[in-house]
Write a protein that binds this ligand. Structure first.
Ligand code: EPU
Length: 423
């Protein structure tokens, strides 16, 4: 396994180009199952997770053409040869579960392994399954697999989500594009990735309205057609680099960063004393000299502060002047980075869903362990600020979600090296 060695204390100056959004790309790839015509996805992030989704789609019979390093991925699901998504593939990445709805909508049946829990929480799929049942699917769970069938097709239904789940909103919306009559999703998630997915589905001929609001209406159509579509820029990657610059100091233009989708983060950064300016081609982040101020964070569904940026903001607050509280309202166990950040000399205390961060005046480099994707990158941010050397072990988590992380940061003056870890 690889590790990163970071020499802290270097300011960041320059440009970072933001890649396509992982959490949109994975679902757009699954949406290719909805049509027998070719789908071309541009601005695709080259990540372990997106490559993994490509592998699963291949096992279902999708013809995937995506040369290494290429940002265009071509998918053709004209001949689906299997409707079984095996345990080995689904357990490694939860988003693969999202092939269930498209297969059910197009073919009428699918067998997909239950994804199981993960480090940040139990993450059940009951909202997804309840929605498909309401749409007329027969669902049984046997030996860890969800076996779903809707031989005469899915029917439109009114789906009241108990919580605005991103995955359940996207999954139901995709399946409903090919259902008979109209589906209404109430209490839908409003994340920008949902708008991106709806835009691609509409370009394929789907009839969707209300995406980006709490009520989405999908009128089923008989068939969807092929499409060429560019994945939206990754607001989480952009937000992460914004916090890296805020922590290390310097002046960086995040090229292509989607400012309108980053409002809550940018407001929090400004309160902390960071300059965040929206420019024509992205967002410029500047911090010169002044110590950061402590700012509280209350993580909420979009447009609130994103859970996927919580770990990075905590890293930033470890060196702020004062005490901040960070409340995580989405996942029950998403503070795994707190004890690792304390290894740098941070002072973070966790009680239930609230972490209290008492700012210290400096961090000292340490060997640390990455536990999940966003937690891992919070350790990189801490390493950029810390005095001396930091070793981040088990970085395969980082490679799941950040394209060329060390190249992008090193081009702005960071000192990060990749090597084999000691495990
Ligand atoms: N939930 C249920 N039942 C369900 C579905 C969700 O109880 O059937 C609960 C979850 O356990 C969680 C809450 O609802 O406590 C919200 O989960 P949601 O469904 O919104 O999350 P998700 O779709 O599983 C996506 C992203 C996550 C991101 C969340 C929240 C992808 C592939 N994943 O997960 O991204 O944190 O939305 O914004 O889109 C990451 O990229 O690091 C990551 C974890």
């Amino acid at each position: 396994m690889d590790k990163l060695t970071i020499r802290g204390g270097h300011r960041l100056n320059g440009n970072i180009r933001i890649s396509g959004a992982k959490n949109s790309a994975l679902k757009l790839m699954a949406a290719a199952l909805l049509t027998d015509e070719p789908v071309e996805l541009r601005n695709m992030p080259n990540l372990a997770d997106s490559r993994f989704m490509a592998r699963l789609l291949s096992t279902l019979g999708v013809d995937v053409y995506w040369p290494q390093g290429d940002s265009t991925c071509r998918l053709n699901a004209a001949n689906i040869s299997s409707t079984i998504a095996p345990y080995d593939l689904v357990r490694k990445m939860r988003a693969t579960f999202n092939v269930l709805g498209p297969l059910l909508g197009r073919i009428g049946h699918a067998t997909v392994s239950l994804p199981g829990g993960c480090a940040i929480g139990a993450r059940p799929v009951n909202f997804h399954l309840d929605a498909f049942e309401a749409m007329g699917a027969d669902i049984v769970i046997e030996q860890g697999y969800v076996k779903a069938a809707a031989i005469r097709g899915l029917n439109g239904a009114i789906i009241d989500l108990p919580f605005p789940s991103v995955g359940a909103t996207e999954h139901t919306m995709m399946a409903a594009t090919l259902a008979k009559s109209t589906t209404t999703i109430n209490n839908a998630a409003r994340e920008p990735e949902i708008i991106d997915i709806a835009n691609m589905l509409k370009a394929m001929g789907a009839k969707i309205e209300g995406e980006g609001t709490s009520t989405i209406r999908i009128e089923g159509v008989d068939k969807l057609k092929g499409v060429s579509y560019a994945v939206m820029p990754d607001r989480i990657e952009a937000g992460t680099y914004a916090m890296a610059v805020a922590a290390a100091g310097g002046d960086v233009l995040l090229e292509g960063a989607p400012a309108a989708e980053m409002t809550s983060l940018l407001e929090h950064l400004r309160k902390a004393g960071v300059t965040a300016s929206v420019e024509d081609n992205g967002v410029r982040i500047q911090r010169n000299g002044e110590r950061l101020k402590a700012v509280d964070v209350d993580v909420q569904p979009h447009p609130g502060f994103a859970t996927d940026l919580q770990a990075q903001f905590m890293a930033l607050m470890t060196v702020a002047d004062g005490t901040s509280t960070i409340t995580e309202n989405i996942f029950e166990n998403r503070f795994l980075h707190a004890p690792e950040l304390n290894r740098f000399g941070a002072d973070i205390r966790v009680q239930g869903k609230v972490a209290t961060v008492h700012g210290v005046d400096h961090l000292v480099g340490a060997p640390v362990m990455a536990t999940d994707l966003r937690a891992s990158v919070s350790l990189v941010i801490a390493g950029l600020v810390a005095e001396g050397e930091t070793e981040v072990n088990r970085i395969y988590h980082l490679d799941r979600g950040f394209e060329n992380l060390e190249e992008k940061l090193n081009a702005c003056g960071a000192r990060i090296e990749r090597g084999a870890d000691t495990e």
